[in-house]
Write a protein that binds this ligand. Structure first.
Ligand code: URA
Length: 220
């Protein structure tokens, strides 16, 4: 069906009183095969969910096209929305230090997010926003083919894996997405928001022990 035909059908549905169509994610998925570059172009002009109305720009993600490790966060914050790059704020600085301590660099890994546009006020992305955006992440994972995926925080881990579990129960384990090992760990913002010194030390230590698991997986 061409664009005009589709527009006529949508108009017809609207006249019948249907103002939203609950389409399966497979229908919303961009057509394959695509290069990372063309996928990111699609993301930059995406209007699949209402977040496009409030974003300054979308944030497709960045890094190596052949990364051993892919880090997945929740969604761009204010600074990321301004710069069009993932994890460039305070949480990003902590993530950078972690990546360096692991013997890697921002250029050698890939850093992305569950949703590519900033949810207003940095709220968690809702179900329909995630449903609209997740096909992009699935395509990125397919094209990048990382050896290990690190999910930063509960939103990233639960949305990627389709679960609903506390991050404290997910971390410390190696899970799997389409045969790729997934290591969930705390989001850097979680560490930054801890008030007690001991809690900061404990959560940093937990993240570091999760990253040891990542390094072990890369060496196996
Ligand atoms: N937090 C995220 O989850 N992603 C970013 O890109 C920045 C902060």
């Amino acid at each position: 069906m061409n664009r005009t035909g589709l527009a006529e059908w949508l108009h017809f549905f609207r006249e019948l009183g249907v103002d939203s169509l609950n389409l399966p994610a497979s229908v919303l998925a961009p057509k394959e095969p695509v290069s990372l570059e063309s996928l990111h172009k699609m993301i930059l002009s995406c209007t699949r969910c209402p977040l496009h109305k409030t974003r300054r720009q979308s944030v497709p993600g960045e890094g190596s096209q052949h990364p051993k490790i892919m880090f997945i966060g929740e969604g761009p914050g204010e600074q990321e929305d301004r710069e069009g790059r993932p994890f460039v704020g305070k949480a990003g600085q902590l993530l950078d230090r972690l990546i360096q301590r692991m013997g890697h660099s921002r250029d050698s890994v890939f850093i992305g997010n569950i949703v590519k546009c900033r949810p207003p006020g940095n709220r968690d992305p809702n179900d329909s926003e995630v449903k609209a955006c997740l096909p992009y992440l699935h395509q990125q994972i397919g094209l990048l083919s990382p050896r290990v995926i690190v999910c930063l925080g509960k939103v990233a881990a639960n949305r990627l894996l389709g679960t609903n579990t506390a991050i404290s129960r997910m971390r410390g384990r190696v899970l799997s997405f389409q045969g790729i090992p997934v290591v969930p760990t705390y989001h850097p913002s979680y560490i930054l928001h801890q008030r007690e010194k001991e809690a900061v030390t404990r959560s940093k230590w937990d993240v570091w022990s999760d990253m040891q698991e990542v390094l072990k997986l890369l060496n196996s």
